[in-house]
Design a protein. Sequence first.
Lengths: 265, 163
Amino acid sequence: MTDALDARWDGFLAKIRERFDLLMSESLAGCAALLAQTGGDTVPVSNAWQGMRMRGLGLQAKISDAWNDQVQDKYHDAEAYDQADAAWARAEHMIDEIEIELERVETKIFADALRSLLTMAATEQAALRCSQCGAELESAVYLQTVELNCRHCGALVTIEPGPRARMAVAMAHHLWREACWPLWLERHRADKAARDARTPTLELLQAWEEAEINYWSAWLRERAKLLPNTTAELDKELRGRLHQFYEGLEREAVWTRAGSPRRCR
Amino acid sequence: MAAADAALLGQGHEAITAIVTLASSCPAGGDPRWDATLAELGVEGLAADARARHLREGPGQRCGALLLELRWALDAAVAPLCKHMDEPWQLTNAVDQAVRDYVGAVRPVVTTASIFANALAGAASSPAAMVGSADASAECCRCCGAPRQDRSDLSCRYCGQTS
């Protein structure tokens, strides 16, 4: 009886996963096409992704809905409580996988969009000429307004990087997250482990803290690659990024009893 | 379960499978093969205009016989078997489950094309649409128009204009 229930439940989960994977591959292809069709406009891409994301969340919600409305009672009718726990654990695992995959795909869509925008911005900026003498300007991808002297006539030229470069900067956090993805995963797992524990231990909280510090340190270093002017205040930035996290830890008795042993002060 | 019940249950499942297979293979609303099956089972199908209304106003079907007619056909197929069973609920449950599965099987495929089409359609008219491009402009003296080379030098080297 419970074998049949398990098979039916696992079949349902596999079907949800299959539909979710299809949705995500359509999202990646569709958003890339949309970006090309609009000449690098990320607003429609963002709108389309929100629609796709909602579909993904809808599929995720079907898992707990089906469990609560139909499946759990069938296990309980058969007094198969351990199997019910195991079946729900498989579902929870998939719910978590979907949550992670939504983050990964969102990051990839916008990191890809950003790379496309940077390519478009580079093409656009390469065509710029000194408005005084018409000579080519120093070749680079400018992300902020800069002033430079024309190499030919010496005129002071102000370069406005254009909307694509500006948009690329606004979305750059996706690129940094993509570069730090393994650390984001570790942070997610440490966060989940601490939250799932009924009473988190100091070790769990410290592992979470370490994962937070590792992720944000790497994220800030990636940011400095694209925006070198942010390099100077990495430590201050890190403290800022971790402020909310530490505020949360102060509500954990085990943390405060240990004297709030912050690694980042 | 009594052996007789098991045999009848098996027959019932076979009948359900055969009817659902036929119903699924029909175009939306049924076809002559489906009508013939209904007649064999002694079921009076819906009139043509009622079928059209069900398709138009119902939950939506991309193919297959109508849900209501399928249920009537399945009920008619298992009713004679249920009469001879000690636990007929097993067959009636199987009918319910078959109809639920059928609903999922004939439901119109939900595509994501509309999401991208809407996003693209809204892009052109959006006030947030990306306009403009990169620009380079030389800083010129407001008096004589000569280029300036250094912002820290407040006076023009050609006409002496101070800005």
